[in-house]
Design a protein around this ligand. Structure first.
Ligand code: SF4
Length: 442
């Protein structure tokens, strides 16, 4: 895969409302690993977000589509003119797809169809099944591209290069537009969220008449001023994470940390060349929990990495029993083309990897189940994701979309996706909680 693949060109025409749509689509593209190309030539395809409000806008939009076709050849049309698909196709029969205004899902589907997203199971920032149905009330806010680490199982730095942070003013503007467009939850993503701003030496940037540092703590502080949930993903346990815990304890941002630890044995972490491998993670987790008792911790792990001995694996099992993480994902190690770990000695046979995976999952299932049981009887706020006649799927502060569980509410309540509602937890299943709304009418 070349460094230049997955480049999307973007042309945005029309009114401020259309700009919000463009922002939303660009946000999603970035989060899925696409790069936004500044030129037609560098792009693998071009999305034209059109305006069709008045005749001159129609003409301008048709001209813009024509220009993109001449310069690039692969064009997806979205926006207001998209409702007049016949007109678009009559003028430009070669466009790849035509979708309507505010229809992010369709335009993303068209992009996926013509330029499948770069997806890597270890490092992808959004789950593969998360792409198609991302509802409009949450959005992934990508704060940087690339990575300064060199984990031996990963090829992201080869593909994307070193860390390049977006200036904090730009990120905050995007967040403001998303919240204005109805987004209720922002998921802050990047390959290494805690390293945000290192490349810019934490430079200050203008925001609302003041100065804000391009640094995770300052970003979280400013994002937390919005009437939206702020959830931090891909945070490595550097000492600077300590500064985030007070913001979580006071409810400014969600008390949720997604921290991909990948292993617990020091020798495996070293072989993986993981960031923050030497940090005393257990001690820090204990301290964070004392300071913020509602903290939810999620992590992912890899079992069967080359050289993993039974002792290393037992060290991992001990860790997950002791750390009492709320949510855990696990992969068996599999080589990625071009990754340094492919050349490591002592590759683990497939069968043994599978066996360790099952032992790991069984140990974690006990922890997760006990954690969910402790929640029964408690009241909490949930965000509604999907409404069906027979049930409503919602999430609490402890559940990131797509990867964690749901809070399931029986049907019959007058609820809409994007609503915040107070519920009482009445039961639990393997991954999900069951709940009843408190104080609202059926
Ligand atoms: S931290 Fe490691 S796994 Fe994550 S993107 Fe960087 S090199 Fe890859």
């Amino acid at each position: 895969m070349s460094e230049h693949s997955h480049q999307v060109g973007f042309v945005s025409l029309g009114c401020p409302k259309n700009l919000v749509d463009s922002e939303r689509i660009l946000t999603q593209l970035r989060a899925e690993g696409y790069t936004i190309s500044p030129s037609y030539e560098g792009a693998d395809l071009v999305v034209v977000n059109t305006c069709g409000f008045i005749d001159s806008a129609v003409e301008e939009s048709l001209d813009a589509i024509g220009e993109a076709l001449d310069e690039n050849g692969r064009v997806i049309v979205t926006g207001c003119l998209g409702v007049k698909e016949d007109e678009v196709r009559a003028a430009h029969p070669d466009v790849l797809a035509v979708t309507g205004p505010h229809d992010y899902e369709s335009v993303m589907q068209a992009v996926h169809q013509h330029l499948p997203p770069p997806h890597d199971p270890y490092t992808s920032l959004v789950p593969p099944q998360g792409i198609k149905l991302t509802p409009r009330h949450y959005a992934y806010l990508k704060i940087s591209e690339g990575c300064n680490h060199r984990c031996t199982f990963c090829i992201i730095p080869q593909m994307r290069g070193d860390l390049v942070s977006r200036p904090v003013g730009e990120v905050l503007k995007e967040a403001e537009n998303l919240v204005a467009a109805g987004v209720r939850e922002l998921l802050v993503v990047s390959q290494d969220t805690s390293a945000y701003g290192v490349d810019l030496k934490y430079r200050q940037d203008f925001w609302q008449g003041g100065l804000v540092k391009t640094r995770l703590q300052a970003l979280a502080q400013a994002l937390g001023d919005h009437q939206a949930w702020i959830r931090l993903m891909y945070v490595y346990p550097y000492p600077s994470v300590d500064e985030l815990i007070p913001l979580m304890a006071e409810g400014h941002i969600l008390p949720y940390l997604d921290m991909p630890l990948q292993h617990a044995s020091y020798s495996i972490l070293k072989a993986m060349q993981r960031p923050a491998a030497a940090e005393k993670v257990l001690e820090r987790i204990q301290r964070w929990r004392q300071e913020c008792p509602d903290l939810t911790l999620r992590s992912t792990f890899i079992v069967g990495f080359p050289g993993e001995t039974e002792e290393d694996f037992n060290c991992l099992l001990d860790f997950i029993r002791e750390a009492q993480l709320d949510r855990v994902g696990c992969f068996t190690y599999s080589p990625v083309d071009g990754a340094a770990a492919n050349d490591l000695p002592d590759q683990i046979p497939e069968e043994l990897k599978q066996e360790r995976y099952e032992r790991f999952m069984a140990a974690q299932a006990e922890v997760s189940e006990a954690k969910l049981l402790q929640k029964i009887g408690k009241e909490t706020i949930v965000l509604v994701d999907e409404v069906y006649p027979e049930l409503v799927l919602a999430r609490s502060e402890a559940d990131a979309p797509e990867i964690d569980g749901n809070v399931v509410i029986p049907g019959g309540w007058d609820l809409e996706p994007g609503d915040f509602v107070e519920v009482k937890i009445t039961g639990s299943q393997a991954h999900d909680l069951i709940a009843e709304p408190v104080d609202i009418e059926t």
